[in-house]
Design a protein around this ligand. Structure first.
Ligand code: SAM
Length: 342
């Protein structure tokens, strides 16, 4: 049985994002634009057994959705073993992963067999030359193959994440919807966020939900909002032919009021908000021999004291610019999006 705990704004502890590595094999301009980074020390990275144990403690406090992320989660050796460890916990009813897809074709079958239920692939552009320029990767074909293989091995409800950036891919909204439709997948357009790592962020590059809808309406005609799961960050919409898509409007219309998610970094730092300045160290008590009850007490206290509304607070910032400069990210890599897990 799980206990139901709520934070100071009445929000339950519901979904957990687990970053399994801070490393990535892409260098997206909006996340990891530098060639090199200050990496988490190897000895600090949680083992699969440590991650599974923490997930179990979170599950006892109400977490039922787990998403594996990173960095690039498929860079973590033998990820299916971790998937199997988490999947056997019946309290986790939704086990998903977000990946850039580069290594998905070779690993999709094993992940599926291990019990991974859902996959989201990040795909910002359908044009290889744009991916090369924007993410420093020439492997666009591998991402497309990863998507195809994921479908073949039985991942249904495949989602594609596209961060929309003015002047980069804002002319591909229609193409991305059509690409997804042809593969029985669903696109979720994400507003460009000023998170750690997005050191080149500026408001004029953000394409708002409103603007995306206007562009899509011009092409497809009337768009109907769907009444959706209030726990999900994406607002979902339907075109007149039944095609659905989502928009995550974290920058212009944040969903802090219903946010039930928190994150554990690869080194066991628990973050209660994507924008949080600090996290709670779970690795130290874990490695010092804390019992599950002691770990649960730490998590319960943290969640019950949670006041975070990071994205809403950013809305109030005058002359908003990048959240962090490169020097402060280098001083504490926990501020990086690729460490926190997107
Ligand atoms: N490497 C995996 C991937 O590419 O999907 C997982 C980690 S990545 C940090 C998770 C998601 O965060 C991706 O869909 C990525 O596009 C998104 N993301 C990263 N930086 C972002 C930003 N500045 N604004 C909006 N979304 C961002």
């Amino acid at each position: 049985m799980s206990e139901l705990i709520r934070d100071t704004l009445g929000r339950p502890l519901g979904s957990l994002r687990v970053s399994v590595t801070d490393r990535c094999n892409m260098r997206c301009r909006y996340c990891m634009p530098e060639d090199d980074y200050v990496w988490l020390p190897r000895a600090s990275i949680l083992t699969f057994e440590e991650i599974a144990r923490l997930v179990g403690v979170f599950a006892g406090l109400g977490v039922d959705k787990v998403r594996l992320t990173g960095g690039e989660p498929l860079l973590r050796h033998d990820l299916p073993t971790l998937v199997a460890l988490i999947a056997r916990d019946a309290r986790i009813t939704d086990l998903a992963m977000t990946t850039n897809g580069l290594l998905l074709a070779t690993q999709a079958a094993a992940l599926r067999a291990a019990g991974l239920a859902r996959v989201t692939v990040s795909l910002d552009t359908l044009r290889p030359e744009r991916m090369l320029a924007f993410a420093k990767s020439p492997r666009h074909a591998d991402v497309l193959e990863g998507i195809a293989v994921a479908r073949q091995v039985g991942f249904e409800k495949l989602k594609l994440n596209s961060v929309v950036i003015r002047g980069f891919n804002d002319d591909e909204l229609v193409d991305l919807i059509e690409f997804a439709r042809a593969r029985d997948a669903e696109v979720r357009f994400i507003e460009y966020m000023d998170v750690g790592g997005a050191t080149r962020w500026s408001m004029d590059q953000v394409v708002s939900q409103r603007e995306m809808l206007a562009t899509l309406e011009q092409h497809f005609g009337a768009i109907q909002p769907l009444s959706d799961d209030s726990r999900a960050p994406a607002e979902r919409f339907r075109l007149s032919d039944g095609t659905t898509f989502g928009i995550i409007a974290s920058t212009t219309a944040p969903f802090c009021r219903s946010c039930d998610r928190s994150r554990v970094t690869a080194d066991g730092t628990w973050l209660l908000c994507l924008y949080a300045e600090h996290g709670v160290d779970l690795r130290d008590p874990l490695r010092r021999g804390a019992t599950d009850e002691e770990l649960a007490a730490l998590i319960r206290d943290g969640w019950q004291g949670r006041t975070d509304r990071g994205a809403e607070m950013r809305l109030g910032v005058q002359e908003r610019s990048a959240l962090y400069r490169l020097e402060s990210l280098r001083a504490d890599p926990h501020r990086e999006m690729h460490t926190r897990g997107g």
